[in-house]
Design a protein around this ligand. Structure first.
Ligand SMILES: [Zn+2]
Length: 283
C-alpha cells in the first residue's frame, strides 16, 4: 500500500504489518491533526484497550507543521515540529495499544485548498483494507476549516466502498465546537468514563501542544465531565464522563444525501426547541 506523501508514517506498536493491523481494526478514527484522535475518539480507544478481539486504528491526515509553539518548542522549525508531533502521536498509539496509527502527512493548506483527490485516495486505500464496525469522524458543524475538509474527504472515501462493506455506525465527534447544542434526541452519548488514568495519559502525550499554552488535556477532561453533569437537570449523573456525537450513518449509507441540509436539520431542531420552551412560559 502506498500513500501520496513520501513522509507518510505507519506505526503499529506491536510491529504487525499494515495489512494485518487493518484487518483486525474494529474501531477507526480519521482525524485532521495529531492529538485530535485522543480528544474525539477516546470512546473507541477505550473500547479496544486490552482486547484481543478488537483493534483501534487512528488516521491523522495532516503533517502537524503549522501548529503554534512556545516554551521548549518555541525555536523549532516546521520540519522539527513535524517530527516532534509525529513521535507524540506514535507514543499515544503505544500508550493506547492501537492496532496502528497512520499519519498521512498532507500539508494542511493542501487539505483545505486542493480538489482533495490525494487525501481521498489515501483514505480510500485504507478503507478498502479494513472493515470497522464504528468510524469516528470530525462533525460537519465543527468550526475548524481543516476538520471540516477532512470530514468531507472521509465521507467521500467511505461512499466509494461497496454498500455492503460500509460501516454500520459512523459518528461525528466533538472537537473545535462541542455538541452540547444538539437537541437531546439527536445526541449520541459516548460513555468515556472507563480508565480515566489512560485518558489522561493519552492526552499528556502531546506536550508540544500543551506547553504551547493550550491546556487541551485539562479542557478535554473538563468537557467530558461537563457533558455528563449538564446532560439532565433532574437526574443524578449516570456517567462520570461523556462525549457527545452526531449520528452520521445516514450520510454514509445514502450517497445522494447532501451534507448541508442534513446538518442544518439538526440546527433547525435546536431553533425549534429554544422557541418552543420560550412560548411555553410566555404570558
Ligand atoms: Zn485538530
Amino acid at each position: 500500500m502506498s500513500f501520496s506523501q513520501s513522509a507518510a508514517d505507519i506505526f503499529a506498536p506491536d510491529g504487525a504489518p499494515l495489512p494485518v493491523t487493518l484487518k483486525r481494526t474494529t474501531h477507526l478514527c480519521i482525524a485532521a491533526h495529531q492529538d485530535d484522535i485522543e480528544i474525539m475518539a477516546y470512546h473507541g480507544i477505550a473500547a479496544c484497550y486490552g482486547r484481543d478481539d478488537r483493534g483501534f486504528t487512528g488516521v491523522v491526515v495532516t503533517d502537524g507543521a503549522g501548529s503554534p509553539r512556545a516554551g521548549a518548542f518555541a525555536a523549532l522549525s516546521d520540519e522539527q515540529m513535524k517530527a516532534v508531533r509525529a513521535e507524540e502521536q506514535r507514543q499515544a498509539a503505544r500508550v493506547g495499544q492501537y492496532s496502528v496509527v497512520i499519519q498521512l502527512a498532507h500539508p494542511s493548506a493542501v487539505v483545505k485548498t486542493s480538489s482533495g483527490e490525494p487525501v481521498r485516495r489515501d483514505l480510500a486505500e485504507i478503507l478498502r483494507e479494513c472493515s470497522p464496525q464504528v468510524v469516528y469522524l470530525h462533525n460537519p458543524a465543527d468550526k475548524h476549516d481543516t476538520h471540516v475538509a477532512v470530514f468531507l474527504r472521509s465521507l467521500e472515501a467511505l461512499r466509494q466502498l461497496p454498500r455492503d462493506r460500509r460501516p454500520k455506525k459512523v459518528l461525528g465527534c466533538e472537537g473545535w465546537r462541542d455538541l452540547d447544542w444538539l437537541p437531546d434526541d439527536d445526541k449520541r452519548p459516548l460513555d468515556v468514563s472507563a480508565q480515566p488514568d489512560l485518558a489522561v495519559e493519552l492526552l499528556g502525550c502531546f506536550q508540544s501542544q500543551i506547553t504551547g499554552g493550550k491546556r487541551y488535556d485539562l479542557a478535554t477532561m473538563g468537557r467530558r465531565l461537563a457533558n455528563a453533569t449538564f446532560h439532565a437537570s433532574h437526574a443524578i449523573d449516570r456517567h462520570a464522563a461523556l462525549t457527545w456525537a452526531m449520528d452520521l450513518t445516514p450520510l454514509v449509507q445514502d450517497d445522494r444525501l447532501p451534507v448541508e441540509p442534513f446538518i442544518l436539520r439538526f440546527i433547525d431542531r435546536l431553533r425549534d426547541d429554544v422557541a418552543a420552551r420560550l412560548r411555553k412560559f410566555s404570558a
